[in-house]
Design a binder for this molecule. Sequence first.
Ligand code: URA
Length: 186
Amino acid sequence: MLKMTREKDLKQIHDEIKSCKKCALHETRLNAVPGEGPVNAKVMFIGEAPGAKEDETGRPFVGRSGKLLRSLIAEAGLAEDEVFITSILKSRPPKNRTPKKSESEACMPYLERQIETINPQVIVLVGGVAISNLIGPWKLADAHGRFYEGKGRTYFMSYHPAAALRNPELKDVMRADFEKLKKDLR
Ligand code: URA
């Protein structure tokens, strides 16, 4: 489809997300966080849910975790205009608690439409929440650094950057995962 049409479609999805009231999180959020990146992104990164900084700004992965994720993406040689960054939930759960099933179910159609519109070469799932919601439960220790083919899509799994902030040894693990990812991209 024409890039202009896809851009319009993506904007439409993001406008719907910004005014979404499908779950109670709209009552406590400051801003919904649809995601960021070009419609023709090669790689789509999917996290868990917006945190405080994302809620304040309406932008994904701009807090401490985000800074780490964005630096690992850059280190792997991927440019900002090659990636789209979003999360399972588009609104912040209070105190950053884990998303409820009802919330991720309410939000999933938006993500599905984003994936369909962007049609990325690879979808990178960072952390257990993204992995279990998109392809089913995996142990991170087994999952990280692996590709997974399913539902006509190619996924790649790694840790959530918040885990690497808690356990700095995981930074190198994520770095190695992202290297593997970069190598596989055409
Ligand atoms: N963590 C996420 O999973 N997503 C964000 O946007 C920010 C932090």
